[in-house]
Design a protein around this ligand. Sequence first.
Ligand code: ATP
Ligand code: MG
Length: 752
Amino acid sequence: MIDKLNEPQRDAVTLPAQHALVLAGAGSGKTRVLTTRMAWLIQTGQVSPLGILAVTFTNKAAREMVGRVSAIMPIDTRGLWIGTFHGLCNRMLRAHHRDAGLPQAFQILDTADQLAAIKRLLKANGVDDDKYPPRDVQRFINGAKEDGQRPGDVEAYDSFRRRLIEIYTLYEAQCQREGVVDFPELLLRAYELLSRHAPIREHYQRRFKHILVDEFQDTNTLQYKWLKLLAGGGAHLFAVGDDDQSIYAFRGANVGNMADFERDYAQGTVIRLEQNYRSFGHILDSANALISHNTGRLGKNLWTEQGEGEQIRVVEQPTDLLEAQWLVEEVRGLISDGRDRSQIAILYRSNAQSRVIEHALFSAGVPYKVYGGLRFFERQEIKHALAYLRLMANLDDDTSWMRVVNFPPRGIGARTLELLGDQAKAYDTSLSAAVARVPGKAGSNLAQFSLLIQRLVDETRSLPLPELVEHVIEHSGLIAHYELDREGADRIENLRELITAAAAFVVESDMGGLPAGEIVQKAGLEDPMQEGFDGLSPLMAFLSHAALEAGDNQAQAGQDAVQLMTVHAAKGLEFDAVFITGIEEGLFPHENSILEQAGLEEERRLMYVAITRARERLYFSLAQSRMLHGQTRYAMRSRFLSEIPEEHLKWLTPKQGLSDSEPRWKSGGSGFDAYARQGNVARAPAIVRSSTSGVTVGSQQFRVGQGVKHARFGEGTIFGLSGSGLDAQAQIQFRDVGTKTLALGVAKLEII
Ligand code: ATP
Ligand code: MG
């Protein structure tokens, strides 16, 4: 098992029981070391599989590790604590729901459900959602929870914030009443459970002898605190990570945990791995060169024995459509050269880029799979079906209630729901409990719906899970509804797929044959408290599974299809051939992050992650103009391109092509310089590029740098011009409304 490892890897794997941090760059074998250490600890009899807790970054990685352990020794894998932070916390809360103050059948809100719940809350409490946009409220609440703060812990330094804290308080009450838990709440509750209940804490502290954590650089403060509590009884913490791949700061990840970990635990046992086994030389050296532009790194140097390999192929296309067409051609070439489709990945910085690429692949008949986009469990029809299932498990789940009380339509109008909401608020109950208080026809319509749910429960009592799901999608009226919908065929197919997913789930979790509603009571291995699904019915277990999968960036494993995903979702993965698309200023690095050094450095780490996914072949592609969010945008080459030494690049389109490395607006006239002299450069959008310095439309002559006035957008400065005649367009930086691209023949612009 350890023969194939290099020396520092072997040292890490066979370290005596102690704390340790493996700090190493991409592709150096961190994940491999982690899984091998787990196997080694078990095989050498140092620990029983039940004495290990392993935290992975995705459900997929967790499944792989479970597979690996069960290959070493036959074992009931349900007793293994291997999973994501969310998955493990969910399990802990299920096992101790009473101490955690939760109903046994608590439901998990994914990000979209949470937003819906917040919108409903703001409305019910008459909060002005211009002043408190639901997304901002969501960010506030999640940020607080990720820092371990309840409403009482958040500092209220002004009235705006005081109001936010009130909303947070109301939101907590709403979740509690409905028996639902959002993602950050899973972590916070599990942390509080351990910190407040000594017997439970001590129980787990005794149980876990070894705690192993992958991708440690992306843990947040609360996750680290949770790990510290668990390790408090003498467990050995083994963490692997790479500060250069920390890419979730925007979601609260704290790369400072690495330094803290070293201080708290691992003095003297920081192991560095420097040999990279994934990529060829040009790829690796590019990554090294790029990341050296960041400051404050812990510092690593990666090398490979694999030889130089091929240079990075760079392609610049005039438009995003042509970029996508080129991609498809190149991908087809790779496939006909005999490459596996699943070994080809197309990466992009923003989800919005995928549509054009998907369309091109689809039209060319190339099978592809998108990760991290709208995942199966997030599709509308699937969420509807899950809402019925959730109500069957917990009628107080108001989010699910609102989702399907009138879907398919059954004549329950907004007015009725408002009445119901008022009653629920007045008596502080869930919506379903307030039904009896709504008088007249409205009330009886609502009661019909409650009866429907009750009937579904009664009719499926003895059915196994897949049959239960089938019964519900039929008898809820969902199938009939979509049959009438002209575009419903896909949705029906997805609903049928949900039956398959349920069948796969009962097999995987070894719950086959059990009636879906029956609670599993199985004597535990060491301790009944530890059984993963103890006290949970197959239906409830499936519902948590669905919610957790919906929150997972990577969802299912690869099929024989080209892999499309954001750079974030590609973390930890590797492919023979990788395309990084849209390497343009404003897109990658993203315009929202350009102005601050911290933001820019995170973008650079993202680019580092993207490059280091490639084993053999890497492509960079960019487009000079692209449609994004309904606007044509013109872009310069990404600065990251110039941070990579030329010797590693091979231009497939002319390097001195349509776009010079010196932007055109410099040679095009003095306009931009004047603009720059006014101190506007930092604010100048990154997507600056123009093909001509002057354009005449009608009787007006437009130039770059010129001041203009628009009836609606106000005053601004032209920073780019393109096309001529009727196609002429100007990119304008408006003082108040930001950048816009306007057709000069249509927009009425006044030169000022
Ligand atoms: P990342 O930072 O991207 O998560 P990592 O450090 O976790 O990367 P791994 O994914 O564990 O790296 O390993 C990268 C590749 O190198 C894998 O294909 C792995 O099997 C291979 N590898 C690791 N160590 C060795 C070794 N000693 N000999 C041969 N191949 C190895
Ligand atoms: Mg890894």
